[in-house]
Structures are given as structure tokens and as C-alpha cells.
Design a protein around this ligand. Sequence first.
Ligand SMILES: *Cc1c(COP(=O)(O)O)cnc(C)c1O
Length: 429
Amino acid sequence: MKYYSLNHNAPKVSFQEAVLQGLAVDRGLYFPETIMTLPTSFFETIENLSNEEIAFEAIKQFIGNEIPENILKEIIAETLCFDFPVIEVEKNIYSLELFHGPTMAFKDVGARFMSRCISYFKKDKKNNKNTVLVATSGDTGGAVASGFLGVKGVEVIILYPSGKVSDIQERQLTTLGQNIRALEVDGVFDDCQDMVKKAFLDPDLRHKNLTSANSINVARWLPQMFYFFFAYKALKKQNQPLIFSCPSGNFGNICAGIIAKKMGLPIEHFVASTNVNDTVPRFLKNGFYDPKPSKATISNAMDVGNPSNFIRIQEMYQNDLEKLRKDFSSYTFSDEETLEAMKTIYKSSGYISEPHGAIGYLGLKKELQNHQNAIGIFLETAHPIKFLETVEPTLNVKLPIPTQIESVLGVEKVSTKIRTYEDLKAILV
Ligand SMILES: *Cc1c(COP(=O)(O)O)cnc(C)c1O
């Protein structure tokens, strides 16, 4: 499979090159040259397939012959080492729980898949180390650290804003050691992101083979399509149209869902639910794409002012807003509405959500008013324990600590404090 740059000013590359480069030389995101629909027999018999078999059928066209079938199956098995339950919350409203992985956020799927692809591509190139450089506002760092831990030939450097991630999130990225290094930046998330961008453009760092591990990387982005297929399998027998609501920040997750629809997965409609960082809801309303600096909210993994994957969504709809609106809606919600929704869900069903999932729920409720007879699914993208500072006082509950989290609690944090880009460069060179 070939990938082209959405800036259309760079050569087409293989899957391997797209993964190792992250971004094209013209700074564009890579996009697959073709998206083939899967045979109808696949959807008709999906209930007979395991998650691993479904994932293999879904992803194989995007990799072609660049990874042998048996190895790709192994990569998928290691990626999907946990469950993806679909839980009924209300009549015709389901939560698709994506938080049962090692760091308890959906990013585990993409991070595990990507790290294993890189590891495969690096297998014969011993001297030529790659450096994964990533800025995190919270969840990405932990998932990438866990996904890449012990992967040979890859060094991981994570930048995070000092004092601006939760205690659990910080521990998840500072306690692993080995090939993972955490840099604590005296600043906010945007400062971390700016430093990472600068490093990618710095000619002095060419030899470091830098790659990114956020959803701009095709190997982190594409496997996120898997769980839309899993939810379809779980709900297929009800024989009703399906509507998915994704709590969205960089729009990688929802964009992977749209790819699944392109491949023939019967999804009636998508809802991108956002916090007050509402660039896309505003665009859907008035047709002007006008990104703004991000604002801090209680759903901090979605505090994104200029969602990097939205351009991929527009590509799939030929930049035609009317076409997009038929399949796709986007709604924005405040912190107050989010907290109210968490309480409502808990009161009516006993289900404990966290701010991101609750925003997904709100967007779904709004969209379902336009669809008689549909089933709605919101993605619950993180375990409530990751946002316990909000969840416990809001719902007046005490959450038990899951084993994945317990294992990092007693370990001492190791990080290096940096202030400027020069500090980062000194570490990288
Ligand atoms: C990253 C993240 C999101 C946003 O996902 P995108 O793919 O960036 O839209 C939502 N919820 C949680 C908990 C996250 O960590």
C-alpha cells in the first residue's frame, strides 16, 4: 500500500516509510492511496470471527506485503490483549469501553500496534536507532511509554508540562525506565508541542531518525478502526442503524471510524463531541475553519484548538461540506454540562463515566433526536480512575484502584526538567 501526503508536495511512500517518518517531508499527513470495501460475506458472518481475525481482515490492505501475514497476526494479538465490552447504559444507548488496556485509555491500541510495527521494521538495522519523540497533555505519554517499553532499537522521549498532568498520568510515564525517558517541561502543553515540532524541522537532528507517536502517525491512527467493527459485531443482531459518538480532540479516533465506514461497515452517522474547544462544531455550522488556541477543561485529553486529523476527514469527503454533513455532526459542551451528564448517567443507571465519555454521551443524545429507531454508541475513552479528581467528588463515590494503576503507584518518578528548546536539543544530540 502506498501513502500520499495531504499537502501533495512529497513523494508517495510505503507503509514502512510512512510509519518511520511520521509526517511527510512537505509536513503533510500521510493518507492511504486506496480504501477497499470488504466483502459483504465478511459483515454477514462477522459474529463467527474473533476480535483478532476481524482486526486482521480490516488492517491487512493498509499494510500489503510489507509485514508477513504470520507476523502481522502476532502484532494484532499482542495489540488486542484486553477486552472491548459494549455496555447498555440506557435503552438504545451503549458505552463502548476502550479503557481495559495497560494504561486504561484507548490510545493503548494505537501505541501497541505502532511500537510492534516499528520493532519489526527495525529488526535487521541494529546501528540505526530511531527516536520516538512525543508531547503529551496526559494520556498519550503513558500509552506510548507502555507500548514501546523494551522495544529494541527505539528510544522514546516524552515531553510533558510540569504540574499539568494528573498524578497517575505522570507516574505512568516517569516510572518505567529502560528505553523510556521523560522530560518535564517548565511550561504548558503547547510549549511541549512547539519543542517537538521544532526538533522535527531541525537539520542538526536529521541523524536521530525522529518519528512521532501521536495520531498523525498512520500506525497509531489506523488500528483505531478495530473497535468500531467490534461494536458492530456486538450489536448487529438488533438490526437497527448505528450511530457512533466519539469524544474528540485531535479527531484521530473518529477519523478511523470513518475509514471503517468507507470499508463497508454499516454505520449510519458519526458524532464528534467536543468540549469548549469547538473549532469543528463551528466549521460544521458556518463553513469557516477557524482554529483558536486551546482552552483548559476537565476533559483535558481533548483540549485541542486545531485538530490535526480533521484534514483526513475532509479528504474522505472531497472537501465537500454538504456531503460531510450527511454522515457527520459535531457538538460542543461546557464543563458544567459535562458534570451534569456524569451525574445524570450515574443516577439513571449507576454507570460511572468520566468527563470524555460523558461528552460523548451528550453528543449522542442530541443526535439521536434526528434518528428514529437507531442505536447509539458512545466511546468511553478512559477509565474513570484516570480522572478521579473529577469523578469522585462529582458522583460522591470512591473508586477502587485497578491493578494496572496500582503497579505504578509505589514506584519513584524519574524525570529530567527542561526549560527551553536548547535544553531538549542538548539531550537529543
Ligand atoms: C486522546 C483522547 C481523546 C481524543 O481522541 P482523538 O483521537 O484525539 O480525537 C478522547 N478521550 C481521551 C480519554 C483521550 O485520551
